[in-house]
Design a protein around this ligand. Sequence first.
Ligand code: URP
Ligand code: ZN
Ligand code: ZN
Length: 471
Amino acid sequence: MSIIIKGGRIVTAADDYVADVFVDGERVSLIGESLDLDADRVIDAAGKYVLPGCVDPHTHLDMPFGGTVTIDDVESGQTAAAFGGTTCHVDFCIQGKGQTFADALTDWHAKAEGKQLIDMGYHIAITDLSFDGALEELASLPEQGVTSYKLFMAYKGALQVDDETLFKAMEVAAGSGALVMVHAENGDAIDVLVKKALAEGHTEPHWHALTRPPETEGEATNRAIQLAHVAGCPLYVVHVSCKEAVEPIALARAKGWDVSGETCTQYFFVDYTFLERPNFEGAKYVYTPPPRDKANQELLWDAVRTDVLSAISTDHCAFRWDTQKSLGRDDFSKIPNGGPGLENRLQMIHHFGVREGRISLNRMVELLATNPAKLFGLYPRKGTLAVGSDADIVVFDPEKHVTITAKGQHSKIDYNLYEGTEVVGTPETVLLRGNVLVAGGELVASPGIGRYVARARFGGELARASQPVAA
Ligand code: URP
Ligand code: ZN
Ligand code: ZN
């Protein structure tokens, strides 16, 4: 199957020009002006942007958490992603306590079996290094394309690891070429604050934020940075929400340390006051770190614009409000932590970032596609439009008006963080490796088309699409 995308404005992290893109099979095979080539399908992209498919480095599909399981499985989550212009994501494979990493990966591959609409990889989320051979097994994971280790410094009694485990994982990563990712909050201090708040009778959703002050995020971020430096491994701080965490990252980067970080779409738009909405509406915004005050929102825009933060992810971790968030009606600490976002990242960042003049179009592509692909070993197969890259392509209509609603979304969740927001600009046609996924507002591909992608080690070069994709 061949496709020619004619006359669009091709935007990558580095370039911005009008040309045709010729796709032969799964790859981009030619880019040029007024190409005179026959193709099985012609897509007229005049007046449209032609972007690389977005890469989301942080999602939680079909994940047991907070006494329930995230509502989007691989199929519904990836459907939402496809409509939003995301063609590849890296999800978290969570190791059960005492479970080998091989067994954990087998479980998570099984969840995806036959359901994939877009390409995906896994980070391994480490919860336990105490079993025999754990460190050796961890060191071998990059051979299977699992080239990032995630550790939670919060969620005491559940996913949280102690500093010994964190540091051992960092030492392994320094030798294995993996990138260490941290959820940076001081879980012990938060646990004390939560217990105190509950003992004083505070049960409402906004206490989620009051018991997780920005300093607990700042402290853990700095601790992780210092430990990673001692271990000599690269570090990526997930879902950065506030000044207290941005500052140590900025300092480390200024010193030339191998530290990077992301924020998530919601931290630009949802602030603390959303948690105070009456009748338990606030529970919709219970995710971690919590929504902060408005001052942090402009600070985060500055951080992504100036490359203090390198990526914008969604941390899509969707729980329905009616049946799942309700677990915490009488106790904020029992509200499953997480929010949705896979479908609206590109629309929201394009409208409020690019159209409103906060970041350039090139920087948007860099934050949503190129940098996540580079940091997580997917580049240049993913994250750019170049000859030889996978033909993961978004034809984006920059003038189309859309109102974001839960009713119109493809996730199984019953609310949308941006309900009623009017944006200009939305994906029109989405291709995954040369296959049309979304066109004319419809999903036109079937589950099974997406693949597991083995990723390169941190800083390593991934083979181009002409190489087989390991399963
Ligand atoms: O509240 C959140 N962010 N839930 C997902 C798990 C995590 O911490 O990333
Ligand atoms: Zn987290
Ligand atoms: Zn997360």
